[in-house]
Design a protein around this ligand. Structure first.
Ligand SMILES: Cc1ncc(COP(=O)(O)O)c(C=O)c1O
Length: 379
């Protein structure tokens, strides 16, 4: 059977008239770069997360780089991180001259385990970068304690987890620093973009480093004080988020609760309909977790002629449905194969994991289409 309906992508952003109007307002304002709209977006995130400070940047990768620099990671330092993650954090660690130390994840939540992380601490460890896989936060309380006990900087890679919480702790509010992604496929988007939030002293360092090391922003100099005077106090980089981008972010952030509610509904439909299919393991949400549902990650056991890759190919080629894989473990990527590590749980998950479409732009017909296709494949 080949479908004649349009391809259902793994992900698609939800943008509306509100974002269009805010961008138009910015275009007409005469101020396009990091300025009043970026400040508004930062303030909205800061106050909702209850953190001391926030700085809007060009991507989550930029935010990770700044976070590690602000944490003082330098050559010779080790940084603990899962391997079951996107390459952005390990890449940024390497660019600071640090060494990523890949540690094991929990077989239920796929998030980095506190025990494995604590066992990996050495006298050279400077920081831990945890990652809230798919929108389910890791054990935030345990990681806060490990960081405090060992004098480490805790960085939350919350790229998947804006709006998620665990044990009444909001993802992004527990680390010394946390970073978010607004890449096009994330729970809210600005196309490309990111935010770094956390302790005021560290975010202020990140802010300085992210605007060339200049002691004031262009908006402060030219927009507000009409002066061209500036000083470079440290060699920095250019990572600021432009106001055109922040305009989209302001409106997307307002819609986030509604987006999460829709994602949760879709996840619930998948849970109910797919439970009991042999060899298909559905995501487990721990008690006390508000899941952000960036991903709906299933595991497919290689039984009954069905492997993850066969199911993904059938969904794509026969039913016109896109899926994705999160992730190829970083220690298996060409740039990292030199790293010596033994991560059997990570490898098991990575060989079986498939992300089903789960996003607010999906209609109930789209959801039913995915369910029907999977039931037929499993028949
Ligand atoms: C866990 C994680 N961290 C960081 C990033 C990088 O985000 P960005 O594309 O905004 O740099 C991603 C992107 O998918 C991610 O999944």
């Amino acid at each position: 059977m080949t479908t004649s309906v349009p391809f259902l992508p793994w992900n698609r952003p939800s943008l509306g008239q509100e974002e269009e109007a805010e961008v138009l307002d910015t275009l007409r304002s005469g101020w396009l770069t990091h300025g009043p709209k970026a400040t508004r977006f930062e303030e909205a995130m800061r106050s909702e997360l209850g953190v001391e400070d926030a700085f809007a940047v060009s991507s989550c990768t930029a935010a990770l780089h700044l976070a590690l620099l602000a944490a003082g990671v330098e050559p010779g330092d080790e940084v603990i991180t899962p391997s079951l993650t996107f390459c952005a954090a390990p890449n940024a660690i390497v660019h600071c001259g640090g060494t990523p130390v890949f540690t094991e994840v929990d077989p239920v939540t796929f998030t980095i385990t506190p025990n494995a992380a604590e066992q990996a601490v050495t006298s050279r460890t400077k920081a831990i970068v945890v990652m809230h896989y798919g929108g389910q936060p890791c054990d935030l309380r345990a990681f806060r304690k490990i960081a405090d006990d060992h004098g480490l900087v805790l960085i939350e890679d919350a790229a998947h987890a804006l709006h998620a919480s665990r044990d009444d702790l909001r993802a992004g509010s527990v680390g010394d620093l946390a970073v978010f992604s607004f890449y096009a496929n994330k729970v809210m988007t600005t196309g490309e973009g990111g935010m770094i939030v956390g302790r005021a002293d560290l975010v202020q360092t990140a802010r300085l480093l992210g605007r060339h090391g200049i002691d004031s922003s262009v908006w402060q100099r030219h927009g507000k004080h009409r002066t061209a005077e500036y000083e470079v106090t440290v060699p920095g980089l250019k990572y600021t988020m432009p106001d055109i981008t922040a305009a989209v972010g302001i409106q997307q952030f307002r819609k986030l609760p509604e987006f999460t509610a829709r994602r949760t509904l879709i996840a619930g439909s998948y849970d109910r309909s797919l439970a009991g299919l042999p060899g298909l393991r559905l995501p487990t949400v721990l008690d006390g977790v508000r899941h952000g549902w960036f991903l709906y990650p299933v595991l497919i056991e290689p039984v009954g002629g069905r492997t993850r890759d066969i199911v993904a190919a059938r969904l794509r080629d026969t039913y016109g449905i896109g899926t994705s894989v999160h992730f190829k473990p970083v220690h298996r990527l060409a740039a990292y194969r030199y790293v010596d590590c033994h991560l059997p749980v990570t490898e098991q998950i990575a060989a079986r994991q498939l992300s089903l479409p789960c996003y607010p732009a999906m209609t109930s017909t789209d959801v039913q289409r995915v369910l029907d296709a999977l039931h037929t494949i499993w028949a």
